[in-house]
Design a binder for this molecule. Structure first.
Ligand code: GLN
Length: 563
């Protein structure tokens, strides 16, 4: 069977939810029995976002195969419950690098290399690779940026050509726009949508469906007006009104005709009736009045919540399963450098220190770890957060006052966190960390083992530094448990503090594998520990959070197998 392709473009302005719309649409198609994959085309010239500042780009989402990708891939994986691979994110940088290296090899036999056809052909090859590599029946392709951006043009030209290459019945184009609201007259305006569709048509792409995002409901008149001016059926104008509940979007879209319109266009019949009951129960749970827990995320990029989007979502998933409402407080690590931790963490039930790079804010994070350890406040350290937990323990418990990570203090007498041996000769920055899925053996009797309910797990990594084995014995003697170790016994992957209700750090990033209906076991255990610490008794009595949402542990494990 030919793979069918659905292309998503965006108009009017950025940040209107193109990634989430593509992800939610993918969910609806999967619910109709189709295997789906999603690809993001990013027009920037970086080879991948791995070298970009989170301030510029938000989170870097890491895949099983170690690809460092756009945060939209996180939405795709979470909404559709799939595991993607490196072919699912391409950038202008990758496309040009490939074409230029072929030119240097002489592959073009003296030809002049041009944007059309050489760059566009390479884009098309990479788009088709997703169908080939994943075997998906339907591939959703999101074009990053907004119509009108100069750098997006080769991608748009490539997807335009794909309708000619693959045939009308194998391609669909969905355009997402924004309807501004004029407060004075209380109207939604369609003009920017008309302009953006005109621009798209001038490139040669006629949208099959227009999704209009707005903060206010869209009436029939607006739908008809857009249909008339943009030359689509009125029923192909799909309103998407802003909701405060992210996971409601598939349900809102399900109420529209989008999935059936797409299947019609692609000449497909649904294979099954969609069953979104589990999804509905997640949204119902989020709407319920539940006891609140207060969690502080201590980071360096806290002004930009997108920098920690998977962490935030993983906490949300665990809160849903544990029937509590999550109140997040974002604490800038530098505030803690000098500020009073007791004051800053007043009313806080749990502390999370997410991943990060560079020395800014490190001392503040160490103070947060001291506060958590000394006051029995549940603590979850993710990658850098685990390293901080180890440095803190070394300084305060082993009394190695100047202990540090070699990343922050090259001259430290006690590099308790040090560069991994294989990193010593690495000078290039892009794609050279320890990246992707690696196995980890869990120690019997530990919190981690109890949480995962299994012995061996595989988790996604992105780091250069590790716990220095020379200190492992002393740390363990003093009450730190190395509860997750690489099977060759070389790398400590999880640390815990003996006797603490929940102080646990992971060298990997568990947040990337959490799902709304299947919270990650460690996030689940963290939230459960907070709930127990706070003495929250659930109305339904003594239940296991995982049993409620479809048996998260067993399905977490079966889903660890790559799709
Ligand atoms: N900077 C640390 C390292 O490279 C931690 C990385 C991270 O938190 N992702 O090891």
């Amino acid at each position: 069977m030919t793979t069918k392709y659905i292309f998503f473009t965006g108009g009017v302005l950025s940040s209107v939810g193109k990634g989430v719309t593509a992800a939610a649409t993918g969910r609806l198609l999967k619910a109709r029995g189709f295997s789906v994959a999603v690809q993001k085309l990013d027009p920037y010239i970086n080879v991948d976002p791995g070298t970009m500042s989170p301030y510029q780009h938000g989170e870097v989402f890491v895949l099983d195969d170690g690809a460092e990708t756009d945060l939209d891939l996180g939405h795709y994986e979470r909404f559709i419950d799939i595991r993607l691979s490196k072919v699912c994110n391409i950038t202008t940088g990758q496309v040009y690098a490939e074409v230029i290296s072929r030119e240097r090899r002489g592959d073009y036999l003296g030809g002049t290399i041009q944007v059309i056809p050489h760059i566009t052909n390479e884009i098309k090859r990479r788009v088709r690779l997703v169908g080939k590599e994943t075997g998906a029946e339907i591939v959703l392709v999101e074009v990053g940026g907004t119509i009108g951006d100069i750098e997006g043009l080769p991608f748009l030209e490539a997807i335009r050509q794909m309708r000619l290459d693959l045939g009308r019945e194998n391609t669909a184009y969905i355009h997402l726009t924004w309807l501004p609201h004029i407060g004075a007259t209380g109207e939604l305006k369609t003009k920017p949508t008309q302009h953006s569709v005109r621009e798209l048509r001038s490139i040669g792409i006629l949208p099959d469906v227009i999704v209009t995002r707005s903060d206010y409901p869209v009436d029939d008149e607006i739908q008809e007006k857009i249909a008339l001016f943009c030359d689509v059926d009125a029923k192909a104008v799909i309103p998407m009104v802003t909701t405060p509940i992210l996971y409601e979007i598939p349900l809102l879209l399900e109420k529209t005709s989008i999935a059936n319109l797409i299947l019609d266009r692609l000449d497909l019949e649904p294979k099954q009736t969609p069953d979104l009951r589990e999804w509905q129960s997640i949204v119902d749970e989020l709407r319920r009045d539940r006891p609140a827990i207060n969690i502080a995320v201590v980071g360096k990029y806290v002004e930009l919540h997108d920098a920690y989007i998977s962490v935030r979502e993983a906490l949300n998933h665990a809160a849903i399963a544990n029937q509590v409402t999550l109140n997040l407080t974002w604490v800038h690590a530098t505030e803690l450098d000098k500020g009073d931790a007791k004051e800053i963490f007043k009313g806080i039930d749990g502390i999370v220190i997410p991943g990060g790079f560079g020395s800014r804010g490190i001392e503040g994070k160490i103070r947060a770890a001291t506060y958590a350890r000394e006051n029995n406040v549940p603590y979850l350290g993710l990658c850098l957060g685990m390293q901080v937990m180890v440095i803190e323990f070394a300084r305060e418990v082993l009394q190695l006052d100047r202990s540090n990570s070699a990343e922050f203090d090259r001259g430290t007498p006690d590099p308790i966190i040090d560069l991994m041996p294989e990193q010593h000769d690495v000078s290039e920055k892009g794609g050279t960390m320890r990246l992707g899925l690696y196995p980890c053996q869990l120690q019997p009797g530990s919190i981690a083992r109890e949480a995962y309910q299994t012995e061996l797990v595989e988790e996604r990594h992105r780091h250069r530094f590790e716990l220095n084995n020379e200190y492992r014995f002393d740390l363990e003697q003093a009450g730190m448990i190395c509860s997750g170790i690489s099977p060759d016994n070389q790398l400590v992957e999880i640390t815990e503090i003996k006797g603490h209700p929940f102080m646990l750090g992971t060298q990997f990033h568990p947040e990337f594998l959490s799902r709304p209906n299947r919270p990650h076991p460690l996030f689940n255990a963290f939230i459960r520990a907070i709930r127990e610490n706070n003495g929250i008794i659930n109305k339904n009595g003594n239940y296991s959070a995982c049993e409620r949402i479809g048996g998260c542990l067993s399905s977490y494990l079966t889903n660890s197998i790559r799709m």
